[in-house]
Design a protein around this ligand. Sequence first.
Ligand code: ZN
Length: 263
Amino acid sequence: MPSRTARSHGFSEALDEVLEDLKAGRPFALVRYNDGEYKAVRGERYTAVDGWRSPSGSWWLKDALAEALTYSAPGYWVGITPSCCGIRAARWYAKQASGRQTFGTIFNNANYRRAQAELTKVDAFWVASDSRADLVIPKDCVTDAWDYGRIIESILKATKPVFISAGPLANVLIHRVWQRRRDVSLVDVGSIFDTEVLRTYQDPSAGLQNHVCSWVYGSKVAAGATAPATTVVIGGSTAVAPGVTKVSTSSGVRVAPNTKPSG
Ligand SMILES: [Zn+2]
């Protein structure tokens, strides 16, 4: 991806860059921090829709997850919650992440359909709990401690882009591997291919597929936006109903009230 911060460009363009880099074989790493990670990395109790849990207080992955968030290295992108999907998380993440930032929701919401269609076309090495993956990991690889060292060793041998679906563990794996090799792309694809549990962003009737994420920091609108809902779905969010939508125009940006998306 080009060396600029993603805050200056749009949601659809951010996905374009990921797809272009994959197509061109330009290696990059992309970790993603959304609602679930926000709670988990801060030591708050969280239960994801697909079953993994983080308890309150200490949790075996907490420190590793924090390290992957604050890590900065060439080609290492940290996707964080954009303010439209949770102003509190957005502000907190923006302070923690020191590297290049992009949308944590880059494969969700209005980008979901296209991300799913285009990423499927990539010849990738899959790490997921699905039995069709190249490297199959436990269904819940997050709640309780286990030795994921062999997963790292396998990823280190991969000869094509690595797509990882492993909840917050994906970020830890990507961080650990990027410290040792930077010649293949490592992407936290999250739950976009998981059809077992329908996420809000995957459900056309929920309207999130019309939700174009945006960066709105420190504005009056941002200050007036509702705090993130407490019942949120990893990677999706409940779109904080009275939130905001930033509409790019040739003359700049216009901030408009977010009409509750309709399917
Ligand atoms: Zn959003």
